[in-house]
Design a protein around this ligand. Structure first.
Ligand code: GLN
Length: 186
């Protein structure tokens, strides 16, 4: 599969490495026209406000809302896929029925590592100024990852979002595999 990585801002190269690691072909997506070359898209971690503004400017918001490309959102990507960010207005794709809380772990725990459950399996979760899912707005959303009681991974049809950084951990490739095998093969 040709898996696009949105190349606007954030940890783009790490995503491309993971795509290679699971045996697929990464494609850097910089312009809306690049969307025609890909079978799925990863929105990397970074700064969701910056990425969102540029996505709007380059026409990605409209293009992705009108396309059926499966999307995996990581950290800032989760924020961008959400319908609403608590207490804040910023450009969002709004493709998933979730409300998120940005920087949910606050300043004391800006970044940390912890075992989490992903589809019932224990994996390592690396959190960097991570959001959490505060509220789920429809039955179409499946919780796929939890850190304690916090919802840190969700799936809704062809969309999937995780609050942690699977590109940074040993066993994080499982998250990408799940995306390609389960979410993209609808
Ligand atoms: N706190 C960032 C945001 O809300 C996300 C951080 C990240 O992607 N590592 O945009």
């Amino acid at each position: 599969m040709n898996i696009g990585v949105l190349g606007i801002q954030g940890d783009i190269e790490e995503q491309e490495e993971m795509v290679r690691k699971i045996g697929h072909n990464p494609v850097r997506v910089r312009r809306v026209e690049d969307l025609s070359k890909i079978d799925a898209l990863i929105i990397p971690g970074g700064e969701s406000t910056t990425i969102g503004k540029l996505m709007e400017k380059y026409g990605f918001m409209e293009a992705l809302r009108n396309s059926d490309i499966p999307i995996l959102g990581i950290c800032a990507g989760m924020v961008l896929l959400s319908k609403e960010v608590l207490g804040r207005k910023q450009p969002l794709l709004g493709l998933m029925d979730i409300v998120v809380r940005r920087n949910a772990y606050g300043s004391q725990r800006e970044s940390f590592e912890e075992d989490i459950y992903f589809k019932g399996e224990k994996i390592r979760g690396i959190f960097i100024r991570a959001p959490v899912v505060d509220r789920i707005l429809s039955d179409n959303v499946e919780v796929i990852a939890k850190e304690g009681d916090n919802i840190v991974g969700v799936r809704e049809g062809r969309y999937m979002a995780v609050a942690f950084h699977p590109e940074l951990s040993e066993d994080g490739y499982k998250v990408y595999q799940y995306f390609v095998e389960e979410v993209c093969n609808l």
